[in-house]
Write a protein that binds this ligand. Structure first.
Ligand code: FAD
Ligand code: NAD
Length: 465
């Protein structure tokens, strides 16, 4: 299969979860593979400044909050925790270091050449990395995404931070304002609230978490408020000024009306991310971007330019690490002449707050636009394990086609919703009906029994409700 006309069969640009997985799979399939990365370490946004460090801080701060009050005291464990923020950061840095080194090991093991430096196209089969040029029969663009800036607001990573700055704050802010009530704002806002900050989330839309099921969005807002987060929904930020260590924000209702000012010693800008294509030299190969700045591909992840492929955050679809990884495997298999497929209808999404918020498939709103549906819901309050663990918040909701009973979407708010949703994704991948889930034996006592009960509720027959 190897074509000696080129330096490589496959050259992947970007070593995030999309790129590094594509490179490893290509090498496993016997292709001579290189992966170019401009960052000092492998693993992309996800391992360096995204999924992994944020989960390290979420996990640690969750323990801190449990010790501080509520949860542990309720179980008879009375302690007064002392925050050692330096150590909390050290374990985050440690987790990142271990995992990024792990990718280096996997590259060596699979004989993937790591080309260090920024890559740009010189031609469809020619890529410059740093000051060296390489040729490749196939080039995979996996350059990921970066923070969307808010016009007129300068990120100084001290008072006004993006997600990277918010992971590394050297002290707990007294007052933090989060601009954007999406996944990053809620996860990182939760970290600092748990550690003692007064957190206000300013969201332009009238609900948090766009894209999720409306029941989930409403319930999530109630839970975050109960936890002490102030929410300003339907509100836009019109300006941020910084004087010394303090920021003043001017905000006003999105629909118009009288504005107000908010003071903060930390402002997190988390209004979304945009694809990384600057400086890639796409002009050199005649590859155009769509109006959202993304690279379009066909179902096989091939772009319009023969031999050039694209995956991950730089192409349309949810900006999620597991979506990028699956596309990485599929693109490598397609390059190798196999059939690599990603089912974009079944990509789970999880918000790692406490409780976790997860979903897969269609929202009830989207499902209803396509036809008649049946919906089953089951509260975590009625799940024996959640109740015993003092985790009563949330519910599971199963949405099924009214005629065929095929499951179209599953949504959960539960302490371990991120783990529970895997079952729903698997069921949907196999085309399950709600009856299939309802008649599958689930271990007792587990949170997952709530999925079974919600599936039973689709036909109106849950047992514990
Ligand atoms: P990236 O991970 O962005 O990797 C692209 C790589 O390409 C980068 O390392 C970049 O340096 C490199 N690169 C770019 N241009 C060039 C060039 N010209 N030459 C060489 N190298 C280049 N997703 C989840 O699924 N779960 C989570 O819990 C989660 N948490 C997140 C938390 C935060 C704070 C953030 C910011 C994101 C989070 N995400 C999460 C999203 C996830 O990180 C991304 O969806 C994922 O990393 C995308 O993978 P990718 O391979 O497409 O791109
Ligand atoms: P997001 O798209 O999830 O949320 C951005 C929010 O900001 C939206 O609710 C939007 O309405 C709001 N917004 C936009 N402009 C605004 C403005 N001017 N004022 C107030 N609100 C405004 O984006 P994010 O939270 O920045 O996350 C970026 C990406 O990273 C997401 O696509 C997400 O998938 C990914 N991510 C995933 C995870 C996870 O899977 N757990 C965690 C973090 C990030």
């Amino acid at each position: 299969m190897a074509d000696q006309t080129y330096d490589y069969d496959v050259l992947v640009i970007g070593a995030g979860p999309g790129g590094y997985v594509a490179a490893i799979r290509a090498a496993q399939l016997g292709l001579r593979t290189a992966c170019a990365e401009s960052r000092e370490t492998l693993g992309g946004t996800c391992l360096n400044v995204g999924c992994i460090p944020s989960k390290a801080m979420l996990h640690a701060s969750e323990y801190f909050e449990a010790a501080k009050g509520g949860a542990m005291a309720e179980m008879g464990i009375e302690v007064t925790p002392k925050l050692n923020l330096e150590k909390m950061h050290a374990q985050r840095i440690d987790a990142v270091g271990g995992l990024t080194k792990g990718i280096e090991f996997l590259f060596r093991k699979n004989k993937v050449d790591w080309l260090k430096g920024r890559a740009s196209f010189e031609g469809a089969h020619a890529v410059k990395v740093g000051d060296k040029s390489y040729t490749a029969k196939n080039v995979v663009i996996a350059t990921g995404s970066s923070v969307t800036p808010l016009p007129g607001v300068t990120i100084d990573q001290k008072v006004v931070v993006d997600s990277t700055g918010a992971l590394e704050l050297p002290k707990v802010p007294r007052k933090m304002v989060v601009i954007g009530g999406g996944v990053i704002g809620l996860e990182l806002g939760s970290v600092w609230r748990r550690l003692g900050a007064e957190v206000t989330v300013v969201e332009f839309l009238d609900q948090l978490l766009p894209g999720m099921d409306m029941d989930v969005r409403k319930e999530a807002a109630k839970i975050f408020k109960k936890q002490g987060m102030a929410l300003k929904l339907g509100t836009k930020v019109t300006g941020v000024s910084v004087k010394g260590a303090k920021a003043t924000l001017t905000v006003e209702p999105a629909a118009g009306g009288a504005g107000e000012t908010l003071e903060a010693d930390c402002v997190l800008v988390s209004i979304g991310r945009r694809p990384n294509t600057d400086g890639l030299g796409l002009d050199a190969i005649g590859l155009e971007l769509n109006p959202r700045g993304q690279i379009e591909t066909d179902h096989d992840f091939a772009t319009k330019v023969p031999g050039v492929w694209a995956i991950g955050d730089v192409i349309p679809g949810p900006m999620l690490a597991h979506k990028a990884e699956d596309e990485g495997i599929a693109v490598a298999e397609n390059i190798a002449g196999m059939t690599g497929i990603v089912n974009h209808d079944v990509i789970p999404g999880v918000v790692y707050t406490q409780p976790e918020i997860a979903g897969v498939g269609l929202t009830e709103e989207a499902a209803k636009e396509r036809g008649e549906v049946k919906v089953g819901k089951f509260p975590m309050m009625a799940n024996s394990r959640a109740k015993t663990n003092h985790e009563p918040d949330g519910f599971v909701k199963v949405i099924a086609d009214a005629k065929t009973d095929r499951v179209l979407g599953v949504w959960c708010i539960a302490s371990v919703a991120g783990t529970m949703i895997a079952e729903a994704a698997l069921a949907m991948e196999f085309g399950a009906t709600s009856e299939d889930i309802a008649y599958t034996c689930h271990a007792h006592p587990t949170h997952s029994e709530a999925i079974k009960e919600a599936a039973m509720a689709v036909t109106g027959k849950p047992i514990h409700m």
